[in-house]
Design a protein around this ligand. Structure first.
Ligand code: NAD
Length: 462
């Protein structure tokens, strides 16, 4: 795997001030596949200065030209799709086919959507005797996680570029090679020097320095609620805008009228995909008591079929964390119907596809985000009970409702405290706003709502 030994700052790869490095490990065989610099506070400062210097020029670039750079970026990513997929597979462990269609395919679609939005968005509007200008918010500090390594980057960088902002990106330490590949693509797409900058590094060092930097106008963070809370506090103290995309514990509500077999099979697939490392995964399946035993049986059989088809989780640390939750589930009295607490293979950070039945709402495995291939199945008495359980966590990122009648499902979805709901298995829409209610976050990503996060308004009165 190709790794740069520098940081991409002001249009070129430059040696880091810090001598520290991060070793990148392939979780499938636990071999080191590359080393990247672990940038420090000085490196972050250099990158923020470059972004600040580039801001007036990029902010004044006509939206049509910004759109052209985004279209070029989409084209470079498309031309390098295989390389992107191979890199994600190597450092995250995702199966090759999933890396192609999702890890490479979705970011290309998102880059495409922002090429279109930059060209068509109205950056000025008339309100009575005022003209309202939608201006770029300034320098963006973007901090991203490893689970969808390229998607999380593009979901921030593409709208920021469309808005006329400049960016410093600090990607997750587990997946920096994908971020380096993205920086190459930005360069190839002809984005001017300093508009996009990449500092690889550790969260509590480079990430914290970026979040605290006075030269950053907006901190856009995707990651755990624990770190998001810290970043929100730092940004709040500095009166700087913050966008937080955090964790989830989403409910898949199967109403009694639904096609049970379909709802269970799609529900299991949703949790197992990406080895359960999806913030919006439907990790709690809610089933009416009369259909509960049948659903458990179907889910157990479906999960068993995943056996070798899912990849490892991202790291040994993550594997230990997920296994800890599985042991906790057993200790709290949940019944294991698929999976084993031990590692299913001798080598690599694998976790078996796991299904827990007899899960009650207060159990740890029903409340906390596990971020592994672990499904919990909860029993409800009636619709009110289902709603109470569905809304009964600190999170509110996503969810699903299944019913024979779409209107019945929609009526239930309207009462859910969550940012996204898929009705009867509705498809992912890269233009729909994505983000959380409650402790799942602040702000929205994707589409026009995602673009608005990177703009601020100025009203001119006539
Ligand atoms: P994490 O919070 O540990 O790390 C996320 C990023 O923050 C990384 O780049 C990390 O280096 C950085 N970081 C860590 N400590 C920091 C600090 N003190 N200051 C500044 N930056 C710091 O999360 P993770 O383990 O990488 O990712 C998994 C989490 O991300 C899960 O909780 C998942 O739900 C969440 N997630 C949310 C969404 C969403 O859109 N809501 C999407 C994907 C992942």
């Amino acid at each position: 795997m190709k790794a740069h030994d520098g940081l991409y700052i002001d249009g070129a790869w430059r040696p880091a001030e810090s001598r520290d490095v991060i070793e990148v490990v392939n979780p499938a065989d636990e071999q080191v596949i590359g080393k990247v610099p672990a940038g420090g506070a000085l490196d972050v400062d250099t990158a923020v200065r470059a972004a600040r210097a580039a801001l007036p020029g990029w902010a004044a670039t006509p939206p049509a030209e910004r759109a052209a750079r985004l279209a070029a970026l989409r084209d470079v990513m498309t031309a390098r799709k295989d390389e992107i997929a191979e890199t994600v597979t190597a450092e995250l462990g995702a199966p090759p086919q999933f890396s192609q269609t999702v890890h490479a395919g979705v970011p290309i679609a998102v880059a495409d959507s922002y090429a279109e939005l930059a060209a068509t968005h109205s950056f000025e509007e008339k309100v009575g005797n005022s003209t309202v200008l939608h201006e770029p918010i300034g320098v963006v500090g973007a901090i991203t996680p490893w689970n969808y390594p390229l998607h999380q980057i593009v979901a921030k960088v593409a709208p920021a570029l469309a808005a006329g902002c400049t960016i410093v990106l600090k990607p997750a330490e587990d997946t920096p090679l994908t971020a380096q590949l993205f920086a190459e693509a930005v360069h190839e797409a002809g984005v001017p020097a300093g508009v996009f900058n990449l500092v690889t590094g550790l969260g509590p060092v480079a990430g914290q320095a970026l979040a605290e930097h006075p030269g950053v106008d907006l901190v856009s963070f995707t990651g755990s609620t624990a770190v998001g809370r810290q970043i929100g506090a730092v940004a709040g103290a500095a009166v700087k805008k913050v966008a937080l995309e955090l964790g989830g514990k989403s409910a898949n509500v199967i109403l009694p009228s639904a096609d049970l077999a379909k709802a269970v099979s799609v529900g299991v697939a949703n949790v197992m995909s990406n080895s359960g490392q999806t913030c919006s995964a439907w990790t709690r399946m809610l089933v009416h008591r009369d259909q509960y035993d049948e659903a458990v049986e179907l889910a157990g059989a479906a999960a068993a079929k995943y056996g070798d088809r899912i990849g490892p989780v991202v790291s040994a640390k993550q594997q230990a964390r997920v296994r800890g939750y599985i042991e906790k589930g057993i200790a709290e009295g949940a019944r294991l119907v698929a999976g084993v607490p031990e590692s299913p293979r001798e080598r690599g950070c694998f976790v078996s596809p796991t299904v827990f039945a007899d899960v009650t709402p207060e159990m740890t495995v029903a409340q906390e985000e596990i971020f592994g291939p672990v499904l919990t199945i909860l029993r409800y008495e009636d619709e009110e009970d289902a709603l109470r359980i569905a809304n009964g966590t600190v999170y509110g990122l996503a969810g699903a409702v299944w019913a024979a009648d779409e209107a019945e499902a929609v009526a239930f979805a309207r009462r859910m405290d969550t940012g996204q709901v898929d009705i009867n298995g509705g498809r992912f829409n890269p233009l729909a706003p994505f983000g959380g209610y409650k402790q799942s976050g602040v702000g929205r990503e994707l589409g026009g709502h995602g673009l608005a996060e990177y703009l601020q308004t100025k009203s001119l009165q006539f």
